[in-house]
Each structure stands twice: as structure tokens, then as C-alpha cells.
Ligand binder design. Structure first.
Ligand code: SAM
Length: 279
């Protein structure tokens, strides 16, 4: 018998096969390619994935689900189960000998954005992802400039991926039935990254910009944490920095597009020759 669903592991299992096939269909796995599945659970997505002939590497954290998964797919040579925490496992290593894989997952809601950020960090070995996320999270990661849904995660996704919402999945497609709707999204890794000297500086600027959503970009940058504030002051202060970047200081962070965050960061870094010296 299968163990009961564990809430703390975000276990809402997909029981509607039509949606399982639509999700795997959105990935369209090819025989022989490596597909990484995070949180296979009771195998709703794993089954059509294995049927496709793709080499499936599945990472599951719940010990109670590992044995049933192993016995269900025991005969399948194209299935490998890795018992590990998706917040710690090295994605690039588990897919070896392949250097790159595509990912499919119905992510546990409580840690979905943390896993998404880890996958983006490992984009050198993750070319495309088809992910089921809480509908609000997909609205957030696809929010255009000016939308109140826009935040730090939106800008990260925009910098490194092309993201599109594919279709919604109602609560009734899961057991236990969640309180929220889900949306399936596709994220494709972009070649290259944002054009700044130091990407960590960009993320500190974005984070400081969104620190207090009701404040203007000017006031948030003025209140930036310690060492970032020192850098802002070193270029003449937040107003001078924004002027150099061509950003109206009364704007709020949610109105800035990625290239405007890049402009602020570049203005903070100084001319390219200075940037190289700092690197
Ligand atoms: N893929 C299955 C489905 O669609 O029915 C299960 C999806 S369920 C929303 C999330 C799955 O992720 C569960 O199997 C859960 O045990 C697993 N999980 C939760 N936390 C995890 C973690 N840190 N690392 C790996 N898997 C995790």
C-alpha cells in the first residue's frame, strides 16, 4: 500500500491522467535524451516519461515513496531513481554521463521557488524546464514591467530564461485536493547572461530595489544594506546613480525592466576598464 500524503513535503499527487499526459506532452521527450524529474511521488509523470523511451533520472526525497517507485519501474532500464533532497543534490552530477538535460516536475509548493532558483543556477546543464507551479508563482515569474506581481524572482527568471505560461490545472486534478490552482510553465535557458561586470552586484541591487515595495527606487537604494550603500555613495549617491542610469527616481522597482536594472548596475560599476580592475 502507498504511504499517506505528507503535507510538509508538499505532496499533492496528480491523479488526473489527462493532465499528466499534457504536461509530459509539453516537454515532448525524445527517446534516448535525459530527462530529470524532481519529486516523482507516485509516478504520475514518471510513467509517461518512461514510456517515451527517454532516460529518466528522478530525484525523490521521501523514503516511503522510493521503494514503491523502484518496484514499479524495476524492469525499465531507462529509469534511475536518486534518493536525495532537491535542495542539495548536484543536478549536473545526477544526469551524468550527459552534460545537459531537460527537466519536468510537479514541484512541492513550499519549496518550489527555491528549487527553481537552484535549477536556474545550474542552467549550464538544464536547457529547458516544464514545471507545474502554484498559479500565483507563474503569474509572478511571467509578470511584465509595471505589474504589481513583479519581484526579485521575476527579474532572475527574465535574466536567465524565456518563460511562458502554458495551461492551468484545477485543484481537483490532485489528491489530496490543494486549496490553490496550478499552472504549467515552460522555461528555456537563454544563452549568456545579463551584461554586467559582476552578476552578484546586479542581484544585490535588485534585492535592495525591491526591499520595500511601496517605496520608490530612490528611497530603497538610499536604504541599501551596508556595503552596497557604501558603493552607491561612492558614485555620488542614489540620485546621481539613477540619473547616470537614466532612471526616473520616483519610479518603483516593479516598473523597471531587466535592461534598466542592468543600467543601474553598470552605472554603479563605472566604465568597463574600471569594472575589469574591480573583477
Ligand atoms: N510528481 C508527482 C505527481 O505529479 O503526482 C508528485 C508531485 S508532489 C506535488 C511533490 C513531490 O516532491 C513529492 O513526491 C515529494 O515527496 C517530493 N519532494 C518534496 N520535497 C522534496 C525535496 N526536497 N527533494 C526532492 N523531492 C521532494
Amino acid at each position: 500500500m502507498l504511504p499517506r500524503a505528507k503535507k510538509r513535503l508538499g505532496q499533492n499527487f496528480l491523479v488526473d491522467e489527462t493532465y499528466a499526459r499534457r504536461i509530459v506532452g509539453a516537454l515532448a521527450p525524445r527517446a534516448g535524451e535525459t530527462v530529470l524529474e524532481i519529486g516523482p511521488g507516485r509516478g504520475a509523470l514518471t510513467s509517461p516519461l518512461v514510456e517515451s523511451g527517454a532516460r529518466v533520472v528522478a530525484v525523490e526525497f521521501d523514503r516511503g515513496l522510493v521503494a514503491p517507485l523502484r518496484s514499479r519501474f524495476a524492469e525499465r532500464e531507462n529509469f534511475t531513481l536518486v534518493e536525495a533532497d532537491a535542495l542539495e543534490v548536484e543536478f549536473c552530477s545526477v544526469i551524468e554521463p550527459d552534460a545537459s538535460a531537460r527537466v519536468v516536475a510537479n514541484l512541492p509548493y513550499n519549496i518550489s521557488t527555491a528549487i527553481l532558483q537552484r535549477l536556474i543556477e545550474r542552467r549550464r546543464c538544464v536547457s529547458e524546464m516544464v514545471l507545474m507551479l502554484q498559479r500565483e508563482v507563474v503569474a509572478r515569474i511571467t509578470a511584465p514591467p509595471g505589474s504589481t506581481e513583479r519581484g526579485y524572482l521575476t527579474v532572475i527568471v527574465e535574466a536567465y530564461c524565456e518563460a511562458e505560461a502554458l495551461f492551468d490545472v484545477p485543484p481537483g486534478a490532485f489528491r489530496p485536493v490543494p486549496k490553490v490552482w496550478s499552472t504549467v510553465a515552460r522555461l528555456r535557458a537563454r544563452a549568456g547572461g545579463p551584461e554586467v561586470g559582476d552578476e552578484r552586484l546586479l542581484w544585490r541591487v535588485v534585492s535592495a530595489g525591491f526591499a520595500q515595495r511601496r517605496k520608490t527606487i530612490l528611497n530603497n537604494l538610499r536604504a541599501a544594506p551596508g556595503d552596497l550603500r557604501a558603493r552607491v555613495e561612492a558614485v555620488g549617491g542614489a540620485a546621481t546613480l539613477l540619473e547616470a542610469a537614466g532612471i526616473e527616481p520616483a519610479r518603483r522597482a516593479e516598473t523597471l525592466a531587466l535592461d534598466e536594472w542592468v543600467a543601474v548596475t553598470r552605472a554603479l560599476e563605472g566604465p568597463p576598464s574600471v569594472r575589469r580592475v574591480q573583477d
